[in-house]
Design a protein around this ligand. Sequence first.
Ligand code: BG6
Length: 489
Amino acid sequence: MAATMLDPADIVIFGGTGDLSLRKIMPALYYRHKEEQLNPAGRIIAIGRGAMTHEELVALILEHCKNYISKDDWDDAIWKDFAKHLHYAQVDAQDSTSYKSLAKILDDSPREIRMFYLATPATIFGSICEELRAHELITPTSRVVLEKPLGYDMTSFRSINNAVLKCVDESQVYRIDHYLGKETVQNLMVLRFSNNIFERLWSSDSVDHVQITVAESIGVGSRGGYYDKSGAMRDMVQNHLLQLLCLVAMEAPHEINPDSVRDEKLKVLRSLRPIPQQEIGSNTVRGQYRTGTVDGKPAQTYLEDIEKGASDTETFVAIKAHVDNWRWSGVPFYLRTGKRMAQRYSEIVIQFRPVPHNIFPGLTSEPVANKLIIRLQPNEIVKLQMTTKVPGPGGYRLKPVFLNLSFADAFNERYPDAYERLLMDVVRGNPTLFMRTDEVEAAWNWTENILHGWEHARQSPQPYTAGSWGPSDSFVLMAQDGNKWHEDF
Ligand code: BG6
């Protein structure tokens, strides 16, 4: 179905010639232009510090976009048309006088909507917003998009956020968590709230535990400088994994509007049980990759990747969490994420309780329990594990088999990148899939407690082999409760 064309917008990207812009934002805008959702009267204004002609900008974006747009979707004529909407403004974000060039472009013929996408270090978000306000560039229909990481801890988040909120209203701020824009993540809410069969089962009455895994096979690559100050907890758990947990655990919002959805997620974040200091060792695992083999190629250690002799930063985290409310009382939520793991593989597993009394004893090696597996990436699939009888005489032999919903088979459509949906939501003025201040604070509140616990316990990361499923303690974390990580590759 063709997308509805949106109102004309000026999309201003600070860090417009940087990695995120070239890898994610520009390709996403190309696709939305191709699908005629971007209004042709709109403009895309890349901001950079150096001098650059229009031709140089177009050549730079072309060179990168071609790597991120599939050959089937590439169209020279569409690209040429897209390139006409690109503009460049030389602005040094911290030099007030340099904003005049941006003001000139914007004020000459303003479009209905203005988006300022801040793909820069968060430390300068406040000063950029201050300059935009001082130059009267923030209009009532302006939106400011903030890229993660939003700070290092609660204090730094508050200081960045307060500086932004001095210049724009909370309703104009769009804090990105790109996981919320992934098709399969959006589908989580549809799965839960449009299929009545799940609701009665979606609680401690029927659910034994929940697993959320976001595994990556890549290492830290060229982002070592940032990553070593952050680690997996701040980079992945505080945002992506907690957002996934919220979508699994939340109550049904009364409608899909931004505040109803975010209010429900906030309740989950506030119900997360803080992990007491004496349980940090048994309920959390930190790891750091060593040398190994990933995707058939030798992989070096984290320390070699970041070119340092020593580091206490974790590249792997596993946590046993609890949501202290009526629905989830007593149900562990196991979270796991890591770099340089055996595969890129993200999934949510809802492990249901076994039948109360097994009438087929001795005839199955598997416990008679159902599992709902929601594979987020790659090969998006929803699978329900059912126990069935193996056909044939000889009594009851039981075997777990799957009811499969493969998205590739069900929908013969391209899966748009998360940024496509999120960028268009900003133009539309729909912040449902973006994080509100109180959500980010609640997420920091819970994660910071664990970070402090690690510091206090001096809990160093356990080594794990690159290309494995993480340190042995993450298997112990499950085994101590009689559980194991779901593995189905
Ligand atoms: C980012 C993290 O937010 O998410 C990266 O900073 C990580 O470290 C990335 O690699 C993972 O995103 P995706 O979409 O590839 O799963």
